[in-house]
Design a binder for this molecule. Sequence first.
Ligand SMILES: Cc1cc2nc3c(=O)[nH]c(=O)nc-3n(C[C@H](O)[C@H](O)[C@H](O)COP(=O)(O)OP(=O)(O)OC[C@H]3O[C@@H](n4cnc5c(N)ncnc54)[C@H](O)[C@@H]3O)c2cc1C
Length: 359
Amino acid sequence: MDEHVVVVGAGPAGLAAAWAIRRAGPDPLVVDQADEVAASWRGRHDHLRLNTHRMFSHQPGARIPRRCGSYPARDDYVAYLQEYSAGMRLRLGTRVHTIDRTDGGWTLALEAGSLTAAHAVIATGSDAEPVLPGWPGLASFGGTVIHAGQFRNAAAMAGRDVLVVGPGNSGVDLLGYLAASDAGRLWLSARSGMTVTLRRLPARWQDGTARAVQRLAFGDLSRFGYPRPALGPFTRQLTDGVTIAVDDGFARALKTGRVVMKPGIDRFDGPRVCFTDGTSCAPDIVICATGYRPGIEALAGHLVALDQRGMPPFIGAASSPDHPGLWFFGLDSSIYGNMHVHRGQARQLARAIARRSAG
Ligand SMILES: Cc1cc2nc3c(=O)[nH]c(=O)nc-3n(C[C@H](O)[C@H](O)[C@H](O)COP(=O)(O)OP(=O)(O)OC[C@H]3O[C@@H](n4cnc5c(N)ncnc54)[C@H](O)[C@@H]3O)c2cc1C
């Protein structure tokens, strides 16, 4: 075997796993297709801050410096991860195309050649692949259509009318910045609302609490057209893996009419976007805040049965007797914050690998 442990992905999850595995024994090799660690965060928009508190978002073994504030800005978080990866064995600029079985372990097929390892940890991110719905007539739309992951800076939207599709975390986050910018008219298209939090109650109780907190914090947003969520946040997290939306100016923009609510999109008709209630608008730009999926079909879709969300059947420190040494890490999301949950899971994963290695 070339390696005992290879971790695919040098984002927060992969680095957390590598740190914990290293402490428990073998020094893993961390492979990433990008030329730098924390590539996903480096590629996110300029206004981005963590939406989970610094105290709950740190990696195992290293707190985020107090100077970064309660909700660290993108570049501070990237600098923190860069420092955190110091001393780790990194092989950057290396894409893993597929993973296959080999005697006593796994072969990771690379651009040039391959790597063999007793343990392969896939930490390629739950947000690796943007989901872009296809609406009827989309090809006839002359404006710009982008995914929320491609949004860079509100300044580029100055004077432009923008339709954001999807009331989730990304949609609400972006609208908070767009509302405060020189962007033109703003619309939010939502088929159903999200809840906008508080631990340890049955999901339905937590749903009730979160709804009560939202009402206390914002009043009844449905008066401004923001649809009531069909499912409570904790139930939605359990069923769809979709997390809660964090307000950073969106609710105020909705109440002042800076953002106008629209229901779901029915179709595109040339320059116009037509909604299910028969109304329409003519935006210059459509931003699809329509989510992400892990996108691990090529890597491991031939090894395990992925569900309709593209998720593997075992994640974190969980493993399958049919796939000894194959691990999926950081692909699950949590309403408590992915980083918070992955910190604990990293230590559990390291213990599981150490146990399996001890035979
Ligand atoms: C806009 C946004 C904001 C978020 N904010 C928060 C927050 O505040 N708090 C929180 O807890 N969570 C947040 N999340 C959720 C989640 O924590 C982050 O997405 C986090 O970056 C996930 O870390 P990760 O390491 O799992 O994935 P990523 O950071 O995406 O890292 C995966 C790495 O794998 C590499 N890779 C992928 N495929 C391959 C391959 N085939 N071969 C080699 N390398 C590969 C990629 O280059 C990438 O570097 C946010 C998500 C988004 C989209």
